[in-house]
Design a protein around this ligand. Structure first.
Ligand code: ADP
Ligand code: ZN
Length: 603
């Protein structure tokens, strides 16, 4: 690439067309340029890619990016080409000839970035090739895949620890958008990043509105949601099984909605065609199993709907995080039922996974149920899970309409003291049995039938107690120690709760009945308030669509909506003024500037 000055800020301005760094980007970038390694945990859409792309351009040599999803490498490369950055991929889907050409470019030092899948990076022949060229850095994307504690473990990733020894002195950066505490620690150990720095960005995605409702009429609930808020938009609907995916897609098509199915059982051509249409066309809704979405960086996905619960909060956060990467208002909408939980538990039980893994998965599921049943702001529960904090957000269903709750102070005190008196080492089932006064052999053997908490909870049912325990865990008053046979312990927050005699409310969970019409989220507003501006925005979108078609790339690769909105609002009259718009750098100005300027001047 040709850059006049190899300094991060001027690259940001000239190449990407942005005028300032966000959050910790600059610090991460400088640390890498100086040769330091790091672990970066920041939410989707926060700009992680720039954190390795810019240092790759500043440092001598090629930046090698490890990513698990080869299907999307091409899109990234196309997008980078629009910016004038020379990037290529090497992966198993390419012909020998194409691979050969990339290798030549690599050996003649003609590449800024090289994308590879992990299995390629550990091939001896490929490693030898890399040893012959100058490497600017290694970036390990989706780094949670390296950890069994994460929610998408990939054995191929574990081999990546060899980079630390084999390429000593080359800085490495591992990035992920989802990792709880245990997963973070594991990633750092496995990738040997102990001597590097850790950057944890705020987790919040303020532009996403969350709502979670009980399921009573699944298809209609989701259809109403789309009809009310998203008829003009792209979105993703997640279902639990292939059959449900096909069923739902067909049903929506019958209602004149452009819905396309996606799951691992469809022929590869159908899958890639549907994914392609989703990326390239407007107003396409993909109905999918979780096989869809990893690495999808379409910025203008306006909603993600779940018809069943995912298996963990991390999975939920990652899946919903695919909405609104461009920062514009978006919806995460989920309907759930207790049969979801039963099904997930059966899967865990019947899987081949080792006992510890099963326990981890059960706890992750409990945390997710805690989120569904939460009586407080959804965002607070989500952020708390990732050790982040925030005030009630005003942009989720429980903030919009306070759910029905009951005063749970007394049951919470009972639960905590039963945990305490049984020694903080038994699991939830056992403690609930104590509260219910069940004369079980083990309880008698341990003498817990002689304690004051034995049988004090008889007024509530087992299901109610389980709900309370889950909510206590999700509120971080109790924690489950998976290393110690799922024994429940009281957290610091829990002890403070007891000591200060605080009060607590729980959400009333009804046994699914028909509920009144759903009222999930904000009504959609047009992007621009002024009618003329909105009209110009639509015209700019049309122009973008034509340019995208001509180049056979998705529209957002040309410009994001955000950039077009800013253009319609500020109406620059010259190339110079256009450069001040976010998202217009020198390369894009040269390619598309005149066309857009014509539209604006005519408008
Ligand atoms: P992530 O990989 O963390 O999900 P991306 O790197 O894809 O996020 O960035 C999300 C969007 O934000 C992209 O369109 C990117 O170009 C844009 N972006 C990144 N950094 C900045 C910045 N400093 N200023 C403005 N936009 C930015
Ligand atoms: Zn809220």
């Amino acid at each position: 690439m040709q850059v006049s000055a190899k300094n991060p800020l001027s690259i940001l301005k000239q190449t990407y067309g942005y005028d300032q760094f966000r959050g910790e980007q600059e610090e991460i970038i400088n640390h890498l340029i100086e040769g330091g390694s790091s672990f970066v945990l920041m939410p989707t859409g926060s700009g992680k890619s720039l954190c390795y792309q810019i240092p790759s351009l500043c440092r001598e040599g090629v930046g090698v990016i490890v990513s698990p999803l080869i299907a999307l490498m091409q899109d990234q490369i196309t997008a980078l080409a629009q910016l004038g950055i020379s990037a290529r991929a090497i992966n198993s889907s390419m012909s020998d000839r194409a691979v050969f050409e990339v290798k030549q470019k690599l050996e003649s030092n003609n590449l800024d970035l090289l994308y590879v899948a992990p299995e390629r990076l550990v091939m001896p022949e490929f490693v030898e090739l890399l040893e012959r060229v100058k490497i600017a850095l290694f970036a390990i994307d989706e780094a949670h895949c390296v950890s069994q504690w994460g929610h998408d473990f990939r054995p191929d990733y574990t081999a990546l620890s060899f980079l630390a020894e084999r390429f000593e002195g080359v800085p490495r950066i591992a990035l992920t958008a989802t990792a709880d505490r245990a997963t973070r620690k594991d990633i750092i150990e496995r990738l040997k990043l102990e001597n590097g720095r850790t950057f944890i960005g705020g987790f919040d995605r303020p532009n996403i509105h969350y709502s979670i409702l009980e399921r009573n009429n699944p298809k209609k609930q989701v259809y109403d949601f789309i009809k009310n808020y998203h008829l003009e938009d792209s979105g993703i609907i997640y279902c639990i099984s292939r059959k449900k995916v096909e069923d739902m897609a067909e049903w929506l098509q019958g209602k004149d909605i452009n819905a396309l199915p996606y799951h691992a059982g469809l022929p590869a051509e159908v899958r890639s065609e549907n994914q392609d249409r989703f990326l390239r066309e407007d107003k396409i809704i993909i109905v999918a199993t979780i096989a869809f979405g990893m690495g999808i960086d379409k910025p203008d996905v306006r909603f993600v709907a779940h018809m069943n619960i995912p298996k963990s909060i991390e999975a939920y956060y990652q899946e919903t995080g695919r909405a609104g990467r461009d920062g514009l208002p978006s919806n995460a909408y989920m309907i759930y039922g207790m049969d979801d939980a039963v099904m997930q538990r059966n899967w865990i039980e019947n899987s081949e996974a080792p006992e510890l893994q099963k326990r981890i998965e059960n706890q992750k599921l409990n945390a997710l149920l805690g989120l569904c049943e939460a009586a407080i702001c959804r965002r607070q529960v989500l952020l708390e899970y990732f050790d982040d904090t925030g005030e009630p957000c005003g942009n989720c269903d429980t903030c919009d309409t306070k759910p029905q709750t009951f005063d749970g102070t007394t049951p919470a005190q009972m639960a905590l003291s039963a945990v305490y008196r049984t020694g903080q080492r038994f699991g939830m089932v056992y403690v609930v049995d104590v509260l219910l006064g069940k004369e079980d052999d083990r309880i008698i053997q341990f003498g817990h039938d002689q304690q004051s908490t034995f049988g004090i909870g008889k007024e509530l049912s087992r299901a109610e107690w389980q709900n309370i325990f889950r909510q206590l865990v999700s509120r971080n008053l109790l924690m489950v120690d998976v290393q110690e046979h799922n024994g429940i312990k009281i957290t610091e927050k829990g002890f403070a709760f007891l000591k200060q005699k605080e009060s607590i409310d729980f959400r009333k969970v009804t046994i699914s009945k028909k509920t009144k019409a759903d009222k999930p989220s904000r009504r959609k507003k047009p992007a621009l308030e002024d009618e003329d501006d909105q009209e110009l925005f639509e015209k700019l979108k049309d122009a973008r669509q034509l340019m995208a078609k001509k180049r056979r790339v998705p529209a957002y690769v040309i410009f994001h909506d955000k950039t077009l909105i800013e253009l319609a609002d500020r109406r620059p009259q010259s190339f110079e003024e256009m450069l001040e718009i976010n998202g217009i750098g020198e390369s894009k100005l040269k390619k598309f500037g005149q066309t857009l300027l014509d539209v604006i001047l005519k408008g």
